[in-house]
Design a protein around this ligand. Structure first.
Ligand code: AMP
Length: 280
């Protein structure tokens, strides 16, 4: 069933909770793929009622980013969402979400300074504000996010802890294509040549993982090697290649336990991200 009104979604949530049932939420921007459906399947296993939200949130896009051309296909999304176990699809419009001229922004500091937050300072405040709103609208017991957006998952967990949202955050592993490219709605933008070249993100992560296993301790050496690999690819432009502590996201010089290798690379005009967590 499709729900477009906040009041209706909240009434459904209240009724579900009154019946003693657990609500699982999967927040998405739609154009669903196997990454999303995997999250929905997890929610199906962990909750009695599954709500998938589809909302392309304007406040997390920069003025020159792809908000207007972000792929949308509600007909297809409906089929995929229901097939994977969604009970309610929450699909509000901008008037419903932001029509009251809001003056409140939810911001998580520090964790949002680096990686994607450094070049896109508007992004995480947009994310944490919309996710807070979704939490208050859907009233979930559990919410499922993907490790694909590793910084986002950490930021949401911190927000939930800091603001005492009574919600369990479950982070699901990255779903990849057969050749290792992380599945993403934005892969649709890639030409066939770019699509082939986009495998460089996962290839460099694997290369770095191999070098770590060989015993290379210096992160700068690994970053330089990854950078050289990416720079050989036609029309690839690095936004960042970093190795950080997987808990606090601070840069690491010499390898220590629980690191995350993270990168954002433009292939042509398409910005792709990927990451790998390695426990040393
Ligand atoms: P999006 O629609 O891109 O905002 O993504 C919605 C949710 O799906 C986020 O929690 C993402 O981290 C997650 N997600 C997107 N792609 C993948 C993937 N390839 N593997 C796992 N989770 C994903």
């Amino acid at each position: 069933m499709i729900v477009t009104q906040i009041s209706e979604m909240q009434a459904i949530a209240d009724k579900t909770r009154a019946q003693g049932k657990r609500i699982g939420l999967v927040p998405t921007m739609g154009y669903l793929h196997q990454g999303h459906t995997h999250l929905i399947e997890i929610a199906r296993k962990k909750a009695d009622v599954v709500v998938t939200s589809i909302y392309v949130n304007p406040t997390q896009f920069g003025p020159k980013e792809d908000f207007n051309k972000y792929p949308r296909d509600l007909g297809r999304d409906k089929k995929l969402a229901y097939k994977s176990g969604t009970d309610f699809l929450f699909v509000p419009d901008d008037q419903e979400m932001y029509g009251n001229e809001p003056l409140t922004v939810v911001t998580v500091k520090k964790l949002t300074d680096g990686l994607c937050g450094a070049s896109r300072p508007w992004h995480f405040p947009g994310v944490t504000t919309i996710v807070s709103k979704l939490f208050n609208i859907v009233k979930p017991h559990i919410a499922i996010f993907g490790q694909k957006d590793a910084q986002q998952a950490l930021v949401i967990k911190k927000m939930v802890d800091d603001l005492n949202f009574d919600i369990v955050i479950h982070v699901a592993p990255i779903v990849r294509e057969h050749d290792g490219l992380a599945v993403s709605s934005r892969n649709k933008y890639l030409s066939s040549e770019e699509r082939k070249n986009a495998t460089i993100l996962n290839q460099t992560l694997k290369h770095a993982e191999g070098r770590i296993k060989e015993g290379e301790p210096k992160t700068q050496v690994l970053i330089d090697e990854m950078t050289a690999m990416i720079n050989k690819v036609k029309n690839a432009r690095i936004e960042y290649v970093e190795i950080v502590n997987a808990i606090n996201l601070e840069p690491v010089d010499i390898l220590e336990s629980n690191i995350m290798i993270a990168l954002a690379v433009f292939i042509g005009k398409t910005r792709l991200i990927d990451n790998k967590v390695i426990n040393i």
